[in-house]
Design a protein around this ligand. Structure first.
Ligand SMILES: Cc1ncc(COP(=O)(O)O)c(C=O)c1O
Length: 447
């Protein structure tokens, strides 16, 4: 049975005010904090030692489970060996080793890796690479980006602009110029309670042709999509949709970027969703699962042709004027290598693939509970739409999350009144049952 690891520092801060918490209802949290102090495998533990089952892999990131010994040891060893080394004009071996390992897992000729520290940085990096690539190829007029409604690409100005979550955009002015959006692939009337990728909606990819007709292909740099939208409570792509997007991008010379910050590293039963869907994008953004959430890291994997387009001009001149102080930080690289070892040694991607039908059946058993409007499930992800309370949109979701933590010992994500789940890939069938029975109780209680 999992027990709480020892906690090293003071576990309960005496003043909650100074930390302005991200994407949090600060006043509600501070009135009744949901605090965790340690974690192991499938569980968090509160400062008092109460056990919380993690149904969301933290923030969709601890795919190998929490505090896995090989990752912990790799980080500890690395901290003692090389704390920091610049990757501007210098290098350290693990950065190259990790890039090779990531490239080997990526499909086709996606074989060059640019490191950064988060999903947001990965998206903004891919946007800059797309612009610079077209410029290098003599197509400097290709400056527009196409995102998608209900998409999430982090919180940089680029990612916010191509993202399609209204609440994330409306506070921040005009964002980037020259961004347009495909419509969301979600249609409840056509798709409700689909298991896996819905049958309806492939044709929605054709909207890209309409946007191209409006803006002209010569002005468009890239299309960014999450293969499965995560943050808006799990929207799997309609069957055939991503292939069709690929064809339309090819027809018009537009780059296709898959934001795999959530879908990468086993969440859909493969190293990348690109493999599951049989589509080769021009770039893949990754983060989260690369270190199983243990050290911040993100990056962009680019196809050979994109990378090679930059390798011109005098040898001593920097080819891409972009990078972060902490690109390929030694601790992140050590954590990434240990995490990839764990995924391989424990066959965790395959495990997720095998568990997918068990997970799908379990989650779909919630159909018919009061106020459940739709359930979506794909890979080890699930989204459950709950009916909103009249005049209090988001309150039912908030209450579910709060009661889940305080009363039922479970952590999951919510987006408005939807519950989103994505357990670590080490979840057992018994733990799936436990998660679902807790969620069922919470849904009934909130009805
Ligand atoms: C698809 C996607 N892209 C980008 C991001 C942003 O990642 P980060 O929070 O590491 O900046 C996220 C985070 O959830 C994400 O789900």
């Amino acid at each position: 049975m999992a027990t709480a690891p020892k906690i090293s520092s003071s576990s309960v801060p005496n003043d909650l005010a100074p930390f302005w918490m991200p994407f949090t209802a600060n006043r509600s949290f501070k009135a009744r904090p949901r605090m965790v102090a340690s974690a192991k495998d499938m569980h968090y533990f509160t400062p008092e030692g109460r056990k919380i089952i993690d149904a969301s892999a933290g923030l969709w990131c601890t795919n190998a489970g929490h505090n896995r010994q090989p990752i912990v040891e790799a980080i500890q060893k690395q901290a003692a060996e090389l704390d920091f080394s610049p990757t501007f004009q210098f290098g350290h071996p693990k950065a190259f080793e990790l890039a090779s390992r990531i490239a080997a897992l990526a499909p086709a000729d996606l074989d060059h890796v640019f490191f950064c520290n988060s999903g947001s940085e990965a998206d903004d990096t891919a946007m800059k690479i797309a612009l610079a690539y077209h410029r290098a190829k003599g197509n400097a007029s290709r400056v527009r980006f196409i995102g998608r409604e209900r998409g999430y690409h982090g919180v940089g100005f680029g990612g916010t602009a191509i993202g399609g979550m209204v609440a994330n955009r409306k506070q921040f002015g005009a964002l980037l110029a020259g961004v347009d959006h495909l419509q969301s692939t979600y249609n409840r009337a056509e798709q409700a309670f689909s298991v896996g990728e819905p049958d309806w909606g492939e044709h929605l990819a054709d909207e890209l042709d309409r946007l191209v007709a409006l803006h002209d292909a010569s002005t468009i740099a890239a299309v960014f999509v999450e293969p499965v939208s995560g943050s808006t409570a799990v929207l799997p792509p309609p069957k055939g949709y991503l292939k069709r997007l690929r064809q339309i991008c090819d027809k018009h010379g537009i780059l296709l970027v898959f934001d795999e910050v959530i879908t990468g590293y086993g969440r859909l039963g493969h190293a990348f969703a690109a493999e599951r869907y049989g589509v080769v994008p021009d770039m893949i953004c990754f983060a989260k699962g690369i270190t199983s959430g243990s050290v911040p890291m993100g990056g962009v994997i680019a196809r050979k042709g994109i990378h090679d387009a930059f390798m011109t001009g005098p040898d001593h001149v920097i080819e891409l004027f972009h990078g972060y102080t902490y690109s390929a930080h030694p601790l992140a690289c050590a954590a990434g290598l240990a995490t990839l070892d764990l995924y391989r040694d424990e066959n965790l991607f395959e495990r997720a693939r095998k568990l997918e039908p068990v997970w799908a059946d379990a989650v779909m058993s919630l159909k018919g509970l009061p106020g459940v409007l739709d359930i979506r499930v794909v890979g080890l992800m699930a989204g459950i739409d709950l009916a909103s309370k009249p005049d209090a949109v988001g309150k039912r979701g908030y209450d579910a999350m709060e009661s889940g933590f305080h009363d039922h010992g479970i952590m999951f994500r919510t987006s408005g009144d939807a519950i989103a789940m994505s357990p670590p890939l080490i979840v057992t069938e018994d733990q799936i049952d436990e998660i679902i029975s807790k969620v069922a109780a919470i849904i009934k209680q909130g009805a």
